[in-house]
Design a protein around this ligand. Structure first.
Ligand SMILES: C[S@@+](CC[C@H](N)C(=O)[O-])C[C@H]1O[C@@H](n2cnc3c(N)ncnc32)[C@H](O)[C@@H]1O
Length: 435
């Protein structure tokens, strides 16, 4: 069947219509005239693969990666960089309109990546010990695509991948290893691997000082955790934990997420190792970060302490539980003299920042936020669809959109990071201490 790609949809697929059907086409460019093969059908939607490009879109380029199409890692290499950016802005807009029911969407500022290639400073590789393959899952499957060279990896991680491949050839990778996670730090690369349910960690080791990557040995203990310096703040972390993957854009992401915020008190939900907690603690009198992962929360505490920020605390709790059981007490303990009068229209919390995982914030979290009524909210999201779902609830609860910014943290893929600032309708600038 021949179709013309109309535009790129959230999820990165190209939209087309033919024979009364809605067709979603993988690895397409808007304007492509293509012959497609239907791969599977779900309800009214057919999912298709390109068999032949009849007339290429002006936005189409030759994907440089030899694994493109098989590897599930990059799905935008067929687009010019400009077309990738435009598609991402449209993806965010589309989600906010269709899933968020938001009509007057403010202009979306897109911050481009300084490097569209070799930018990833954190990666996860899958390992199939039977077929001796190491790389990424193939698109839509759990088969491992064997990747010798990955065009989006930072050079340190490419070197680490080669080192692991060498160990794979020698048969010296830990028995039972299923995947490897790696993150670049000031001292080198930290690697973790899952062996059954156990995680074996190898931090930067002295071998790195000689310019090579660390060796992963079965049964090795944590050697050393790494540090990263961003905007003058030092963060301790390791490969087991979440950390943003594009170093180049982290300073701008932090600046935009915090905006002009300052005041008495701020709560940060899903704080990880404290990427935003430290800068928040430089601006607010009292800061509370909440993080569910024990190791990440412990790193966040260490990072806050090393920075000498005694005004910031980190709770190792599930965000919904902490909000329901402890947020009110924390706030009352730290209320400044200026805002002790109860105000049922506007809460007493100056600022709330949340950066949830791809699944977004649970309903209980949104309900608790609406109960707390922070004057300002900054929502950092890596999934426009769940962001839109959550914004819809916050808007219904009395918040208005103040600004929207997108960051191209993941060039060559459809993924996009978004930062949304909101304010409570009754705290428009005159009554907002942080504006
Ligand atoms: C997208 S990461 C953001 C981390 C941090 N803001 C950063 O940029 O480095 C989400 C974090 O939320 C944590 N998390 C996920 N679900 C959670 C929950 N229900 N309660 C508390 N923390 C959770 C994860 O462990 C992870 O560290």
């Amino acid at each position: 069947m021949e179709v013309t790609i109309e535009r790129i949809l959230p999820g990165g697929l190209g939209l087309a219509h033919a024979e009364g059907r809605t067709i979603m086409v993988a690895l397409a460019a808007p304007g492509d005239r293509v012959r497609v093969r239907i791969d599977r059908v779900k309800g009214n939607v057919s999912f298709a693969l390109i068999e032949e490009i009849i007339e290429p879109s002006p936005h189409r380029v030759e994907p440089p990666c030899p694994y493109f199409g098989l590897c599930g890692g990059c799905d935008f290499q067929q687009l010019t960089y400009q077309a990738q950016l435009e598609a991402k802005v449209e993806i965010v807009r589309d989600c906010l309109r269709r899933l968020g029911g938001i009509e007057n969407i403010p202009e979306i500022q897109m911050t481009t990546a300084p490097s569209a290639w070799h930018y990833r400073s954190r990666a996860q590789w899958q390992y199939d010990s039977i077929s001796q393959r190491l790389g990424y899952f193939e698109s839509g499957s759990r088969h491992v695509c064997d990747v010798a060279e990955c065009a989006v990896l930072a050079p340190e991680l490419q070197q680490t991948l080669e080192n692991l491949r060498e160990q794979m050839r020698e048969g010296s990778l830990p028995a039972g290893a299923r995947d490897f996670r790696a993150v670049v730090g000031n001292e080198g690369v930290s690697i973790a691997t899952s062996v059954g349910s156990r995680t074996v960690r190898e931090g930067a080791d002295p071998a790195l000082d000689r310019g090579t990557s660390p060796t992963v040995r079965e049964g090795s203990k944590t050697v050393r955790d790494i540090t990263r310096t961003i905007r003058g703040e030092t963060y301790h972390l390791n490969a087991e934990l979440f950390f943003q993957a594009n170093d180049d854009l982290m300073p701008q992401l932090i600046d935009t997420a915090l905006g002009e915020a300052n005041g008495e008190n701020a709560i940060e939900l899903y704080c990880g190792v404290g990427l935003f907690t430290l800068p928040l603690a430089r601006r607010f009198t009292h800061v509370m970060g909440v993080e569910g992962d024990k190791a990440a929360a412990s790193f966040a505490r260490e990072n806050v302490a090393t920075a000498g920020l005694s005004n910031a605390e980190v709770a190792n709790r599930n965000v919904s539980d902490w909000l329901e059981q402890e947020a009110r007490a924390w706030l009352e303990k730290h209320l400044g003299k200026t805002c002790q009068k109860p105000d049922h229209e506007v809460g007493q919390l100056d600022f709330l920042l949340l950066d949830p995982p791809r699944t977004g914030a649970e309903s209980r979290v949104i309900a608790s936020i609406l109960n707390l009524k922070p004057r300002r909210i900054s929502y950092v999201s890596c999934d426009p669809a769940t962001l839109a779902r959550d914004l819809k609830k916050l808007i219904a609860g009395g918040y208005t959109l103040d600004s929207l910014a997108a960051f191209d943290m993941f060039p060559q893929t459809h993924h996009v990071e978004t930062v949304v600032h909101m304010m409570i309708a009754s705290s428009l600038p005159s009554s907002n201490p942080s504006s």
